[in-house]
Design a protein around this ligand. Structure first.
Ligand code: HAM
Length: 424
């Protein structure tokens, strides 16, 4: 036998119920986000590598270690998108969107790629639901995004989640914080020291030392300076308004001074939603404000705020939902019966019912076994007698009852039986 080709490590195939969960999440997201004025933007999965280097940041783990990057046939470096924000910014700039609308609300969904060590809730190909609101400096925009995210999660049936908040300050107050943090970290040299990664990060990206997962580093940074204490008056007022609006809407939150996010473009508000029920990869959503990003990519000076949810992680938390059931399974017992069933099935589907026509080989018994396996609520059987008399035997697969019904009245019959089928 020829050896079969396997899927790539960290990439998954998705059959139901996994694919059903994704469909449900996407439908719920579209419904909730469109209520807030979001429209859908689809961007390519492949972009020039430069886009991610310039937006996510050279010193981030994503750019340093996690991108799927390769040259194309003309030796230009391409990257499979590790997140959606950068591509949305590029599209927004290329489309000169700001000339047509003062605020753009853009929703994107699809696969993202990061070369990480796969584990529960962490894949190399994963999927995000991503929202960006471009064009508003207002803290009302931040709060509106966070409230919309929490509404979506609630509507999807996800509870027991914690919203974490912080503010990274801006270009004028963050350098002061960085200085104070580095001074503090240098002072730790004699205390057993930070891990190897953090010792390096202290030089390249000191904020990231705060969200190191190593026990030793966390203990050492417990008493580190806190971003909120270093926010300038404008950043502080912005943050206080966001918090006030969340409180007015009764959205519970926790302040988290370690919430610095892994991508470099953020300023002011940052947030994450975490779950205690999915192991170490606990963040189901993350985002924040990124006021300088569009400009840094060569676009207009337009502020923005956004977030992305990880669909695989949300799917792990979804309450179980009953699998959708077919309305009918149609079995023709001879050639004439098969023709009648085939045509009847087309009419029933046009009327909005769902169902399959038996196309397998084998005798009546095996057809009925298939009907049972399909999970359909009714089996429609047409043999010689039914074909001759223009009827169809309708068998209720739950009760076992069966009844001959005129072929022209099947839709009405199925709709009128107790617990009957609703159709369009
Ligand atoms: P992020 O925190 O890097 O932010 O990713 C957002 C979410 O994607 C995470 O909270 C997590 O649920 C999911 N995620 C990330 N990596 C993986 C993985 N390897 N496997 C499974 N799920 C994963 C961003 O990507 C920003 N672009 C969000 C944003 C939008 N900020 C502003 N606008």
């Amino acid at each position: 036998m020829a050896a079969h080709v396997t899927r790539i490590k960290g990439f998954a195939d998705m059959f139901p119920p996994d694919s059903d969960a994704f469909l449900f999440l996407e439908e719920t997201a579209r419904r909730i986000f469109s209520r807030c004025g979001f429209v859908e933007l689809r961007t390519p999965v492949l972009e020039y590598t430069d886009l991610f280097r310039r937006s996510i940041g050279e010193e981030t783990d994503v750019v340093q270690k996690e991108m799927f990057t390769f040259p194309d046939r003309n030796d230009r470096l391409m990257t499979m998108r590790p997140e959606a924000t950068a591509g949305v910014m590029r599209a927004y700039i290329e489309d000169a969107r700001h000339t047509r609308e003062s605020v753009s609300r853009l929703f994107t969904t699809g696969p993202m790629f990061r070369y990480e060590r796969p584990q529960k809730g962490r894949m190399r190909q994963f999927h995000q639901l991503n929202c960006e609101c471009l064009g508003s400096h207002s803290p009302y925009a931040d709060a509106d995004m966070i409230i919309m995210l929490m509404r979506f999660l609630r509507e999807a049936g996800l509870t027991e989640l914690t919203l974490k908040l912080n503010s990274l300050g801006c270009a004028s107050c963050r350098p002061r914080f960085k200085e104070a943090l580095v001074d503090y970290l240098k002072g730790l040299a004699g205390e057993g020291g930070l891990c190897e990664d953090c010792t390096r990060r202290m030089q390249t990206n000191p904020l990231r030392v705060l969200d190191c997962k190593q026990e030793g580093c966390r203990r050492l940074t417990d008493a580190a300076p806190r971003l909120l204490d270093y926010n300038c008056p404008d950043c502080r007022a912005h943050f206080d308004t966001v918090v006030r609006l969340l409180e007015a809407e009764k959205i519970p939150y926790e302040l988290d001074h370690r919430l610095v996010r892994g991508l470099d473009y953020y300023c002011r508000t940052t947030f994450e939603v975490v779950s205690g029920n999915i192991g170490s990869q606990s963040a189901v959503a993350g985002g924040g404000r990124y006021d300088g990003l569009v400009k840094s990519l060569g676009g207009p000076d337009v502020p923005g705020v956004g977030f992305a949810c990880g669909m695989e992680r949300l799917a792990l938390l979804l309450p179980e939902r009953p699998a959708p059931r077919l309305d009918f399974y149609a079995v023709g017992m001879n050639e004439a019966g098969r023709d009648v069933c085939f045509s009847l099935a087309q009419r029933l589907r046009e009327a909005g019912l769902t169902g399959e026509v038996h196309t397998g080989d084998g005798g009546f018994k095996s057809s009925m076994r298939q009907a049972g396996k399909s999970g359909a609520r009714y089996c429609l059987i047409v043999g010689e007698d039914e074909a001759a008399s223009g009827t169809v035997m309708v068998k209720n697969m739950d009760s076992g009852e069966q009844q001959a019904v005129p072929q022209s009245g099947v839709v009405e019959h199925l709709a009128s039986t107790p617990g009957g089928i609703e159709h369009e």
